[in-house]
Design a protein around this ligand. Structure first.
Ligand SMILES: C[S@@+](CC[C@H](N)C(=O)[O-])C[C@H]1O[C@@H](n2cnc3c(N)ncnc32)[C@H](O)[C@@H]1O
Length: 243
């Protein structure tokens, strides 16, 4: 792999810039090329978190999702469109890596925890050396924001995605002690119905933009909107052994 640049998948942590690791800080400040995912027309959460650290002449490689919620996850076109998108992203990054240039990919939270970076990692693993920098996850920032531990003793913690079918959500909710739900957004009404069916609604909390300036923490029963922001997490704390 001589003359091929190194790809760095750098976890940014939950949002507050000073919750980033020393290694992430060093790599981002020193980066010549940074890549980051974003929704078309937005700056992107990853870029926003890292922006105070970017050098003035950094080359920004914005990887803009072709779809977010326009095509249903169950539609076969969803995988086709995203697979083509990730292949195109890799081709763009290969141009730099192939010229011996290093690229830093900014990742919200931890890169290997439900992040888009892994779709680059799996496609580029045979092309370039890849360094992944782990980080504090968004959910860790979220339960800390509630001021209560998420798990005690032997509590089982389950992480669910709001994109899952309601029946599956209820099934998993009924089996767990403590719960984290991510990727809620437009799925909020379905998630809320599932929490009610599993008798967890009154114990649930919502945390938006955990650790960021606009952080909002509420008992879910006090949250009255129809939808939830993309950067939102629902939590149910465990009630396990407390000697
Ligand atoms: C694609 S996943 C990425 C998770 C990320 N890799 C991590 O380690 O937290 C995106 C989801 O993470 C959750 N999330 C990440 N950071 C968050 C934060 N600071 N506040 C609230 N939700 C957050 C939201 O539920 C969002 O829909």
């Amino acid at each position: 792999m001589k003359n091929i640049g190194q790809l760095h998948g750098v976890g940014l942590g939950p949002g507050a810039t000073d919750l980033m690791s020393v290694r992430a800080d060093r790599l981002i400040r020193g980066a010549k090329h940074i890549a980051f995912f974003r929704k078309m027309g937005s700056k992107g959460h990853a870029w926003t978190i890292a922006s105070p650290l970017l050098s003035r002449d950094v080359n920004e490689i914005a990887l803009e999702y072709p779809v977010t919620t326009e095509i249903k996850l169950t539609d076969p076109r969803y995988n086709e469109v995203l697979s083509e998108f990730y292949a195109n992203c890799c081709n763009r990054l290969k141009e730099y890596l192939g010229n011996g240039e290093d690229v830093v990919v900014l990742c919200e939270g931890d890169p290997f925890f439900y992040g888009s970076f892994m779709h680059l990692h799996s496609r580029l693993a045979n092309f370039a050396r890849i360094q992944v920098v782990p980080a504090t996850t968004g959910m860790s920032g979220a339960w800390t924001a509630t001021g209560q531990p998420i798990t005690w003793g032997d509590d089982v913690l389950t992480v669910l995605m709001g994109t899952m079918p309601k029946e599956e959500l209820v099934y998993q909710m009924n089996k767990t002690d403590a719960l984290v739900i991510m990727k809620i957004g437009k799925n909020y009404q379905k998630v809320k119905a599932a929490l009610k069916e599993a008798n967890l609604f009154n114990r649930a909390w919502s945390v938006h933009y955990a650790t960021m300036e606009n952080q909002k923490v509420l008992k879910l029963s006090d949250y009255l909107s129809e939808e939830m922001p993309y950067f939102g997490i629902i939590l149910v704390h465990g009630t396990g052994r407390r000697p």
